[in-house]
Design a protein around this ligand. Structure first.
Ligand SMILES: NC(=O)c1ccc[n+]([C@@H]2O[C@H](COP(=O)([O-])OP(=O)(O)OC[C@H]3O[C@@H](n4cnc5c(N)ncnc54)[C@H](OP(=O)(O)O)[C@@H]3O)[C@@H](O)[C@H]2O)c1
Length: 355
């Protein structure tokens, strides 16, 4: 990418998109194009076509999507498949029509079969049944990959797909009902630690900032509200057995991979897609214990085995990315420390967090 190239970051307010934007700005790119969903609804084909006609982007990062955890996927399956299909189809079609030089599509590791040989290689795509809890979302993501490879095959478009593992970072969503496991655990443990310290003023501030409770809720009612979410002074209850293995990548590492790929990897080399991860996983129990340690929470960690674990293990093989010149650099412990610090500072300083 030339320093004055017209670069469109779709989804620039999100976890991944904001990290890509930050990385591009840091590297001095001067012509970055962004639109929030209220300015441009990417599900609307007409709006997207007009936008590409007016702005003529040369490079496109496709990081816009409807994203959520197990709970959100279970409750809104129609939205997860239809929004994500529409967003990908509209952007990829318009990128072809308006002759975008290169497009990097962000997918997700949930595209791989539920019971997949580990570590997961790119060629395992479509070799088995998907995890049912997020199948609609995964199918939309698989369709987006196929759009990229098909436009490359038929029209020689330089469109590539990256498959990041589970991501986390400061711009994550920390809502009780729509967040992924890592930010959900960070918030739960921070709240439990506040309870342990009898710091109800901070607990209330957190819950008011996220609009989770009304202003007039008293401390006893707050205790009940948090108990229903499994958050207590002396114990914290988490979904699943704790034995599922997951890999986590900091969003800044993912953004680095996206910008690196835009600059260095062509569709021919990328093939179907490229896995983006650390190549290292841990159990949810290990993760919970690490976060508890980092926030100095001393209560018991309980696991609700009646709740689903999701895929038992999900570790990406990152050999292809490494062979193409990219690897992750942020260790999990350091990344978690920085997110905890960001969250705590935001609560104390009344700064906006995403819920
Ligand atoms: N988070 C993860 O753990 C993870 C892991 C692997 C892969 N990924 C992939 O990375 C990509 C980005 O995920 P993320 O975690 O950054 O998501 P996110 O934080 O939820 O952000 C989603 C972004 O998409 C935009 N968007 C959603 N619907 C839109 C619409 N109809 N029109 C215009 N913009 C819309 C949002 O804009 P507004 O804020 O303006 O609504 C926001 O900027 C996704 O493809 C996802 O599959 C994420």
């Amino acid at each position: 990418m030339e320093s004055d190239a017209r670069i469109y970051v779709a989804g620039h307010t999100g976890l991944v998109g904001s990290a890509i934007l930050k990385s591009l700005q840091k590297q001095g790119f001067s012509h970055i194009i962004t639109k929030s969903s209220s300015e441009l609804d990417l599900r609307n084909q007409h709006e997207v076509t007009n936008f590409f006609h007016d702005t003529k982007p040369e490079y496109v990062f496709l990081a816009a999507a409807k994203v959520g955890g197990i709970h959100a996927n279970a409750h809104y399956p129609a939205d997860f498949i239809s929004d994500n299909l529409a967003i990908a189809l509209n952007i990829i079609n318009a990128s072809y029509t308006y002759k975008v030089t290169k497009l990097v599509n962000l997918g997700s590791s949930c595209i791989y079969p539920k019971y997949c040989t580990q570590p997961i290689k790119e060629e395992y795509l479509l070799t088995g049944a998907l995890e049912p809890t997020n199948e609609p979302y995964a199918l939309a993501k698989i369709a987006a990959i196929s759009l990229c490879t098909s436009f490359h095959k038929q029209y020689h478009c330089n469109f590539i797909s990256l498959m990041p593992t589970n991501l986390y970072g400061n711009q994550d969503s920390f809502g009780f009902h729509n967040s992924h496991v890592l930010p959900a655990l960070i918030r739960k443990f921070i709240l439990a630690k506040m309870l342990q310290d009898n710091d109800y003023a901070s607990v209330k501030k957190d819950l008011l900032l996220s609009n989770d409770i009304p202003h007039d809720m008293n401390y006893d009612e707050i205790d009940t509200f948090l108990t229903n979410l499994g958050i207590q002074k002396n114990s914290i209850s988490l979904w699943g057995s704790g034995n599922a293995y997951r890999e986590f990548l900091h969003a800044d590492d993912c953004a680095d991979a996206a910008v690196y790929s835009m600059n260095n990897i062509d569709a021919e080399q990328a093939g179907i897609c490229i896995n983006i991860g650390t190549g290292i996983d841990c159990t949810i129990k290990d993760l919970a214990e690490l976060i508890a340690h980092k926030v100095d929470y001393k209560g018991h960690i309980l696991f609700d085995k009646n709740k689903p674990d999701g895929t038992p293990k999900k570790l990406l093989c990152v050999d292809k990315a490494i062979s193409l010149g990219w690897r992750a650099t942020i260790p999990l412990e350091k990344g978690i420390e920085s997110v905890i610090m960001h969250y705590q500072n935001s609560i104390h300083l009344n700064l906006a967090l995403r819920y």
